[in-house]
Design a protein around this ligand. Structure first.
Ligand code: IMP
Ligand code: MG
Length: 180
């Protein structure tokens, strides 16, 4: 079991399993005839997944534009679950096919908010790709179009995801032993 920052990490999804799955997701995305595709990576957690997924998309012949939106579902000192845009995208989404990329779909509040925002701005369509889906935690009415893996109800880290700003650099998704 890997040890990082003096903590044992149990690997849930290995780097190689994620890489294989990313290519399958890219093929699924390519099978949809999106026109003028704009990928929007939802920061911070999705930056590693988005970086790998857009390169897998390149490998299957797609050439998306890439944007970033920083959305927080926890304002400082606020009640958990309040969704706010901390930094918006620079591009117009009107009449474009948008693909939101996020790390985890959990309550669904973040992605429900983001999709509603893109559609209200006139996006032609707004699909969602997530690496992990914690279905048992859903509160909002939303599903992802592309899911890497169903995730057990643990707090996971790595591959862009953090706990208290740590572990984003891990190349795999894992659970910190004794804290999951
Ligand atoms: P929700 O779907 O609005 O509840 O928000 C999901 C977001 O919460 C994800 O994009 C992550 O940033 C964060 N999150 C949820 N579960 C985990 C976890 O297990 N590890 C790290 N971040 C998580
Ligand atoms: Mg997030």
């Amino acid at each position: 079991m890997p040890i990082v920052r003096d903590k044992e990490i149990e690997v849930l999804f290995s780097a190689s399993a994620i890489a294989r799955r990313n290519l399958e997701l890219a093929k699924d995305i390519a099978a949809h005839d999106y026109r003028d595709l704009l990928v929007i990576s939802v920061l911070k957690g999705s930056f590693v997944f988005a970086a790998d997924l857009i390169r897998a998309m390149h490998d299957v012949g797609l050439s998306p534009e890439v944007e970033f939106i920083f959305i927080s579902s926890y304002g400082a000192g606020k009640v958990s679950g309040e969704v706010r845009v901390l930094r918006d995208i620079d591009n117009e989404v009107k009449d474009r096919d948008v693909l939101l990329i996020d790390d985890i779909l959990e309550s669904g509040k973040t992605l429900r908010f983001a999709r509603d925002l893109m559609l209200s701005r006139g996006a032609r369509s707004c699909s969602i790709a997530v690496l992990l889906d914690k279905r048992m935690r859903r509160q909002a009415d939303i599903e992802a179009d592309y899911v890497g893996f169903d995730c057990p109800d643990y707090f996971v880290v790595g591959y862009g995801m953090d706990v208290a700003h740590a572990f984003r650099e891990l190349p795999f998704v894992g659970v910190v032993k004794g804290e999951g």
